[in-house]
Design a protein around this ligand. Structure first.
Ligand code: CA
Length: 226
């Protein structure tokens, strides 16, 4: 899962990033409200840690605009202020949770876990099912009937994304950002290459699930009739 940290204090931002990384999240940092809002609106994040006192746009404003654009991204507001008025204002602007600095690392991680669990498409188990397929996070195993095959980390990331989105079409850019991340210099043809690896593995498993190419749009899964 991918987390966005919007915090202008470099050391704190990096501390939060390191904590979340230890917990298995891929993390990006924005150092001001404007770029934070742009990133948050990209749709590639599963959760956002947002500071209130930020240059360019403050956290309340980022949150207000985010919700105005219809984004349901879970947001944890992080701030030095802990008085009731701010807390109420934060929650009114659409924050999901409020954490006052200084905080305990455990407390932050517990909040983040609670927020990411609430999303309906994220299963609590490590197994995702679609059609005749089962994808298991442990060991990155893809199963079909009695057959199974191990996926590489990138293959797993792409397959997980496709299976969680079911028949929804995913464009290459989203797949690239979600699986490879912002810092990567991978290009859209990396997605094509990995999709072809996955197709070969699906054929090997003799699965009825196909990865369909939607011209000019991207990819989605499809169940083919027996
Ligand atoms: Ca700040």
């Amino acid at each position: 899962m991918r987390a966005l940290v919007v915090e202008d204090e470099k050391r704190l931002a990096e501390t939060v990033r390191d904590l979340l990384r230890l917990d298995g999240y891929l993390v990006d940092i924005s150092y001001d409200g404007e770029s934070g809002l742009d990133n948050a609106l990209s749709g590639i994040y599963d959760v956002c840690v947002l500071d209130i006192m930020l240059p360019k746009l403050d956290g309340f404003e980022v949150l207000r605009r985010l919700r105005r654009e219809g984004s349901g991204l879970p947001v944890l507001l992080l701030t030095a202020r802990s008085d009731l008025a701010d807390r109420v204002r934060g929650l009114d602007s659409g924050a999901d949770y409020y954490l006052a600095k200084p905080f305990e690392p455990k407390e932050l991680l517990a909040c983040i876990r609670a927020l990411t669990r609430r999303q309906p498409e994220i299963r609590e188990t490590d197994v995702i099912a679609y059609g005749d397929l089962e994808l298991n996070k442990n060991g990155f195993l893809l199963r079909c009937g009695g057959r199974e095959i191990r996926l590489s980390r990138k293959e797993y990331g792409l397959m997980e994304l496709l299976m969680l989105n079911r028949e929804r079409v995913l464009d290459k850019e989203t797949m690239l950002l979600k699986v490879w991340g912002y810092e990567s210099d991978a290009e859209e043809n990396s997605v094509e290459v990995y999709i072809s690896f996955l197709r070969r593995k699906l054929a090997h498993l003799r699965s009825g699930v196909r990865i369909k190419t939607i011209r000019m749009a991207g990819y989605c899964l499809e169940k083919t009739p027996e």
